[in-house]
Design a protein around this ligand. Structure first.
Ligand code: ADP
Ligand code: NI
Length: 216
C-alpha cells in the first residue's frame, strides 16, 4: 500500500472504533480487528488488492442492522457516506460496498453483484472468527446478550434453515453450532481459509463432546 492508502486505513480504524463503541463483545472493535488481521494474512497469500482488503475488512460489519436497531438502511448509507468523504474513486467505493453488502452469513441466499477475490477473502476471515475458541466465546457472548438458553436438550436444532428462518431464529446457543458454526468449514473459499477452518472445526467438535459429557 502507498502512504495515502496507509493514511486512509488509519482514518478508517478511527471511524470504526468510534462507531462500535459499546457494541456487544462478539461484534465489537476486537472482532473487526481479528477479521482485519486474518484477511490481510490470507490476502498476502492470494495476491489480492490489499487496500480493498484493509478498508473492506474494517468496514465489513458497519452496515449490520444489529448495530442500528434492526434497521437495514442506516448502515449501508453510513458506509457509503464515509467512503465518499474519503474521496475514493467510484470503482473502489462500489467494490467495498459490495463486500459490506454480501459478507454476511445471513444474506447467503443473495448473489453478489461482483464476485471479487477480496469479498471471498473477507468472508473467509469473518467466518473463521465464528470458529474455534474465539467462535465459541462469541457465540456464548451473543447468546447471553440476547438472553438465550445455553442449551436445552428438549429443543432440537433445525437443519437446512433458509436465511429468512435463520434471521428470526431464537435458538439455544448450542443449537447455533449446528445451525451455523459447524456448516462454515464447507463454505470457505480460499486454501488458507479452508486449512484454518478445519483446525478450528475440530476444536469445536471436541468442545461439544466435553460439553455433553459434563451436562450429564
Ligand atoms: P453474520 O454477522 O455473518 O451475519 P450473524 O450475525 O448471524 O452472522 O452471527 C455472527 C456471530 O454472532 C456468530 O458467528 C455467533 O458467534 C453469534 N451469533 C449469531 N446468532 C447467534 C445465536 N443464535 N446464538 C449464538 N450466537 C449467535
Ligand atoms: Ni463480522
Amino acid at each position: 500500500m502507498n502512504p495515502r492508502e496507509e493514511k486512509i486505513t488509519a482514518q478508517t480504524v478511527t471511524f470504526v472504533k468510534k462507531e462500535l463503541t459499546g457494541a456487544e463483545s462478539g461484534h465489537d472493535w476486537w472482532h473487526i480487528f481479528r477479521v482485519w488481521k486474518l484477511a490481510v494474512h490470507i490476502a498476502k497469500k492470494e495476491k489480492a488488492n490489499l487496500f480493498v482488503i484493509n478498508i473492506g475488512a474494517l468496514l465489513h460489519d458497519i452496515a449490520d442492522a444489529k448495530f442500528h436497531d434492526g434497521d437495514e438502511t442506516v448502515g449501508p448509507k453510513k458506509a457509503e457516506n464515509f467512503l465518499q468523504s474519503l474521496g475514493l474513486p467510484e470503482e473502489i467505493i462500489s467494490k467495498i460496498l459490495n463486500i459490506i453488502r454480501f459478507v454476511s452469513f445471513k444474506n447467503r441466499d443473495e448473489k453478489p453483484a461482483d464476485n471479487s477475490l477480496e469479498l471471498w477473502i473477507i468472508q473467509d476471515a469473518d467466518r473463521l472468527d465464528a470458529l474455534g475458541a474465539i467462535g465459541i466465546a462469541r457465540a456464548f457472548s451473543y447468546g447471553g446478550f440476547k438472553n438465550r438458553e445455553m442449551y436445552n436438550p428438549d429443543i432440537p436444532y433445525k437443519q437446512d434453515m433458509s436465511s429468512a428462518e435463520y434471521k428470526k431464529s431464537e435458538s439455544t446457543t448450542i443449537n447455533h453450532f449446528y445451525e451455523k458454526l459447524l456448516l462454515l468449514k464447507e463454505m470457505m473459499h480460499t486454501k488458507t481459509g479452508k486449512q484454518l477452518a478445519a483446525e478450528r472445526h475440530r476444536f469445536m467438535e471436541q468442545y461439544l463432546k466435553e460439553f455433553y459429557a459434563e451436562w450429564g
